[in-house]
Design a protein around this ligand. Structure first.
Ligand SMILES: O=C(O)CCC(=O)C(=O)O
Length: 299
């Protein structure tokens, strides 16, 4: 059978396997103490100026008591440490692997929820893509708190088990939990899981960073090539540049001048031309067979 190869992640470590099992059951998992507090403090310090300069959001979904900005990797080099957290990447690869041949960064977003912010509309992130639901894992979302997330400060609300069953069905509020966390923890959930930022009834600003990963064959929520044009992406490690999207996904998807966009970073030559195939194995075989015999095996 002709089939696209799937991402084949390494066998998961015990913590990744346990986290994936909990996500399959509940739709989310809270990971405790998976990031160094010093990294979180450095990130919080680097994000202070962009938060100060960013106006309050507009629109009923973002809410006028929140501030948000993207492009975390240009705001703080420490963001890469969270974006490439091995436990979170391991979870994303295990969950998304069976439905595609790679993962990519879908967005990064600094989020500050100010006192008086009402609860956000409960939503499912995968609704950004109008494809079939319930059959494909499209994405994995994460929030890293920089300040204490409590019910009072507006911790992310998650509806347990809302990724399962009938999506049109009412999900009772008894299933809603507040993801209370300390800096160094994070909450990870599925694209199908109903969630939203909680009401901030305290007098503290709730600060943190959202990081999402999606199937590499999807359009990204945050346009990563505008966020990180080649002159910026060239300063990233190869792994980070690939995660951002500077890679060709066989067969020839996401190319630049019919070549892998990685050549643009490695050669630094925006004028490099000359198509270079990146096929999956069955296409390589079929192409060679056709070149030799002048017909396909299924004619
Ligand atoms: O900030 C949060 O807790 C959740 C934010 C969220 O889900 C969103 O903005 O889409």
């Amino acid at each position: 059978m002709l089939a696209f190869p799937k991402l084949q992640p390494e066998a998961p470590s015990a913590d990744v396997a346990a986290a994936c099992a909990e996500m399959a059951r509940e739709g989310y998992v809270i990971l405790r103490g998976v990031a160094d507090r010093a990294v979180i403090e450095a990130l919080d310090a680097d994000f202070a100026a962009p938060f100060a300069e960013t106006p309050f959001s507009q629109g009923a979904f973002f809410g006028s008591h929140t501030k948000r900005f993207g492009r975390a990797l240009i705001r703080s080099q420490h963001s890469a440490t969270l974006i490439q957290n091995p436990t979170v990447l391991g979870i994303a690869e295990q969950i998304l692997g069976p439905h595609g041949n790679g993962i990519q960064l879908n967005l990064t977003q600094g989020i500050a929820v100010h006192p008086g912010a009402p609860a956000q509309l409960p939503h499912r992130d995968e609704d950004m893509w109008p494809g079939p639901k319930g059959q494909i894992e499209y994405m994995v979302n994460v929030i890293w708190p920089f300040t204490r997330f409590t019910t009072q400060t507006g911790a992310t609300r998650i509806w347990r088990g809302s990724h399962l069953g009938d999506r049109e069905a009412w999900v009772p509020n008894e299933r809603c939990i507040s993801a209370e966390m300390e800096p160094g923890d994070c909450v990870v959930w599925l694209g199908a899981t109903l969630h939203g930022q909680g009401e901030n009834s305290s007098d503290e600003i709730r600060r943190g960073m959202a990081v999402a990963y999606s199937q590499a064959w999807l359009k990204q929520y945050e346009n990563q090539y505008l966020a990180y044009p080649p002159e910026i992406a060239r300063t990233f490690s190869k792994e980070l540049a690939e995660l951002v999207g500077y890679r060709q996904l066989p067969p020839n998807l996401n190319n630049f001048e019919a070549r892998s966009p990685m050549t643009l970073l490695e050669d630094g030559d925006a004028n490099a031309t000359g198509a270079v195939d990146a096929l999956v194995e069955f296409q390589e075989v079929a192409s060679r067979y056709y070149a030799e015999h002048g017909h396909t095996r299924t004619r």
